[in-house]
Write a new protein. Structure first.
Length: 459
């Protein structure tokens, strides 16, 4: 529950400058609730609230805001408030904010950090975008393997405040070389004089700072950890990534894949924040490619112009035929892309998928073909609408649907495998792209079947 005030009431308090009432109301809220209020308020009013909030609560609430709201708010904060917020943010969240800010604003923001935080920020920003180094935080706690369990717990009590997590502690030597990780519970349950380096240790799993975000997500899913250490090429501990950071990474990757599946480039900002011309640029390229692809449909129809002239009734079923094939292909490609993304399938499974789609595509085609046949055969005005050869037309449509749906299923299933084999993102095999491809081939299948079945009657 967001306190006893609603958004308009907060705006009214700000307009009336009733700062004490506003401050008391905000003190009753959790930082996440404060962030929810800030997200709905104009940036100017959000800036006022940040001036009222205590330093620590302001920094925590700021981390809960969406990146676009953070970026807008940074531009409205004065120097003192900006220092207060940025210095209290977790390093990984601050890094993602800097990525969203214009270069000039980033330089200004960096200049407000204290020397220690500035060193951390520059270090994180030195890693390539989309790598583990950009998502890691340096707010971890490491212990020496020569410490006893009692000494380790004392160290945690003295230096654990403000760390990203204390559930997992890391053993590193004096030079920073990562040796092992230990659960806090293992240290608590160990004899006080036991050396940390002698405690039973699980398999050490670490990420390289240059690892891609896909590799980060895979590692967390595989090893089921709440946090993983990040090392440089020499094995030196440079940071950690926690599971909440991975959720952000997975969400960003899923968003990109879903947008690509829709037949467009991934957006770089929330929908309402991206500019019109940027939106046109992201969507126009693929639409142009799809338009060129659809032009091949016209070419295919012109090739069968003679058949259409002699049996105009065939043109009635063109939308039905090509849409069924496109729908079948879109279903298959969506299923396979997702299965590849969550590693239910690997490249070596292509033959299994092909044989499975062959059977399911044939079955689906027969179902749709039967529906199409019955639709024509039992239509009340069939002889008037389709002519005396309506039975042959019904058979033509039914057989064409079987072929088109079968081809669509196979094409939609195999294209993601081909792209993955060529080291492209399978998500680029978007449903609109597959549908366009199947449209062209669907026409060829339809008129080829028609020329075989209707030869000597309508053709």
């Amino acid at each position: 529950m967001l306190g006893h005030f609603l958004k308009p009431e907060y705006e009214e308090l700000i307009a009336k400058k009733e700062w004490e009432t506003l401050r008391v109301s905000l003190e009753e809220l959790e930082p996440a609730d404060i962030a929810e209020i800030l997200a709905d308020l104009p940036s100017e009013d959000s800036g006022v609230i940040f001036r009222i909030l205590p330093r620590e609560r302001a920094g925590i609430a700021f981390e809960y805001l969406p990146l676009d709201k953070q970026a807008n708010l940074v531009k409205t904060l004065g120097g003192e408030q900006l220092v207060k917020v940025l210095n209290e943010m977790a390093p990984d969240d601050r890094t993602r904010l800097f990525e969203e800010l214009p270069a000039e604003v980033t330089r200004q923001a960096l200049s407000t950090l204290n020397p220690e935080e500035l060193k951390v920020a520059r270090k994180l920003l030195g890693y390539a975008e989309g790598t583990a180094g950009r998502y890691m935080t340096t707010e971890y706690l490491s212990l020496l393997p020569t410490m006893t369990a009692a000494e380790g717990l004392d160290y945690v009590r003295k230096h654990g405040t403000g760390r990203e997590t204390l559930n997992v502690l890391y053993l590193a030597d004096e030079k920073g070389l990562l040796i092992a990780d230990l659960k806090l519970s293992e240290i608590v349950m160990a004899p006080p004089n036991a050396k940390l380096g002698d405690l039973q240790q699980r398999q050490l799993v670490a990420l390289q700072a240059t690892a891609s975000r896909e590799e980060v997500v895979i590692a967390f899913e595989k090893y089921d950890r709440v946090a993983l250490p990040v090392t440089d090429t020499r094995g030196m501990l440079v940071g950690i990534i926690t599971v909440d950071d991975v959720l952000d990474v997975a969400e960003a990757a899923a968003t990109e894949d879903i947008q690509r599946l829709g037949g467009m480039e991934a957006l770089d900002a929330p929908y309402l924040e991206i500019g019109m011309w940027e939106m046109v640029k992201k969507r126009g390229g693929w639409l142009s490619v799809l338009l060129v692809g659809e032009m091949l449909t016209t070419t295919a129809m012109s090739y069968f112009e003679h058949e259409i002239e002699r049996a105009v009734v065939l043109a009635l079923f063109i939308p039905l035929i090509i849409s069924s094939g496109g729908n079948s292909g879109s279903q298959a490609t969506s299923l396979i892309i997702r299965a590849l993304a969550v590693r239910e399938l690997e490249l070596k499974d292509w033959w299994k998928v092909a044989s499975r789609e062959l059977r399911s595509g044939l079955t689906l085609g027969m179902i749709l073909g039967t529906i199409g046949f019955l639709r024509i055969f039992f239509w009340p005005t069939r002889e008037t609408l389709y002519g005396e050869h309506y039975v042959l037309i019904a058979v033509t449509v039914a057989c064409s649907l079987v072929g088109v749906v079968l081809f669509g299923a196979l094409c939609g299933a195999m294209l993601p495998f081909a792209l993955r084999r060529l080291n492209f993102d399978p998500a680029t095999a978007s449903a609109p792209f597959v549908a366009t491809l199947v449209d062209v081939t669907g026409l060829v299948i339809y008129f080829t079947v028609a020329s075989l079945i209707l030869r000597g009657s309508l053709l």
